[in-house]
Design a protein around this ligand. Structure first.
Ligand SMILES: [Zn+2]
Length: 303
């Protein structure tokens, strides 16, 4: 499932290609892509517009259009956003064989936008959980702010902010990091990688962290996400960048998917458990399991 580094990789690739381009035709092949909105008004709203911005918020990609509206897209589990160049030599299989599944046409195509330079922006999605919404200028901020907390690579993610949102929370740290309303953009991969860097056990209750842990977690989050960005994202399943190519972050994982292998920090074995239905990888030897913080005892209880 694409997380912040994967979506940001796509954004950085697409921005110089799409800015100033006009959408000359739009076809939406799957009514689920825009649900609950019908597809026809979304397609009509996109066609003829010039792309003036290519942004990201959490795991959402944002295409800003010249009438002030924004197309928000979420790749969910298996979505890919691809920029296909029809001007490439014949026979070149854009995106590799997997995207075609033995068919001459691109498989799992949910929506496509043709640009004024002949290229096409394609949304493919085998599992069909990917989604898009075309929002008017005054709808964008409420839409995003009701779903997302702070951006982890901006100045808003401070140790104090982490302490604030963790206060009183009994949820395990793994689940705490997956909550998009606290910190946006972290998913299963980068939660594991951030907790290993912070030397924190994924089952520790979020509210059990002390101030030094808030800062360690902040640093772990930033380092894990920046490693993902530096490697063009992780392709352990369906993720491909906008050129249809794999990222290499999966070769740099410290713990994620590495059950039974050696911890790169202490050499201990990496364990796998399931937290909140998600596979979770960690090193029990060097990731500290914090206990729930107890209320100070009343003096009368002491002897
Ligand atoms: Zn270790």
């Amino acid at each position: 499932m694409p997380e912040l580094p994967e979506v940001e990789t796509i954004r950085r690739q697409l921005e110089p290609e799409l800015l100033g381009r006009r959408i000359v035709a739009t076809e939406i092949h799957d009514e689920r892509w825009t649900r609950p909105e019908p597809t026809a008004p979304v397609a009509a709203g996109l066609t003829g517009r010039v792309i003036e911005g290519v942004g990201r918020r959490g795991k959402y990609l944002l295409l800003g259009l010249d009438d002030g509206s924004t197309l928000t897209m979420h790749l969910r589990m298996t979505g890919n956003l691809l920029l296909a160049d029809e001007r490439e030599p014949d026979g070149q299989r854009f995106g590799g064989e997997r995207l075609y599944e033995a068919s001459p046409a691109l498989a799992h195509l949910r929506a496509e936008m043709e640009l004024d330079d002949g290229r096409r922006l394609l949304f493919t999605d085998p599992r069909r959980f990917g989604h898009a919404a075309l929002l008017a200028a005054d709808e964008l901020a409420p839409y995003l702010d009701s779903r997302l907390g702070v951006e982890p690579l901006g100045a808003d993610l401070t140790a104090d902010y982490i302490g604030h949102i963790a206060q009183g929370r009994t949820a395990p740290l793994k689940s705490f990091l997956l909550d998009q309303k606290g910190i946006a953009g972290i998913g299963n991969i980068y939660a594991d990688e951030a907790l290993h860097r912070a030397e924190l056990h994924p089952l520790s209750p979020a509210g059990s962290m002390r101030p030094e842990h808030w800062e360690a977690l902040r640093e772990g989050i930033v380092e894990a996400l920046e490693a993902g960005l530096a490697n063009g994202g992780a392709s352990i399943d369906d993720y491909r960048d906008s050129r249809g190519e794999k990222g290499s972050m999966q070769e740099e994982f410290l713990v994620h998917t590495r059950e039974g292998q050696e911890c790169p920090r202490c050499g201990g074995p990496i364990s796998r458990i399931v937290v909140g239905g998600r596979s979770t990888y960690f090193c029990a030897a060097c990731q500290t399991r914090l206990r729930k913080r107890r209320r100070p005892r009343a003096p009368a209880a002491r002897r």
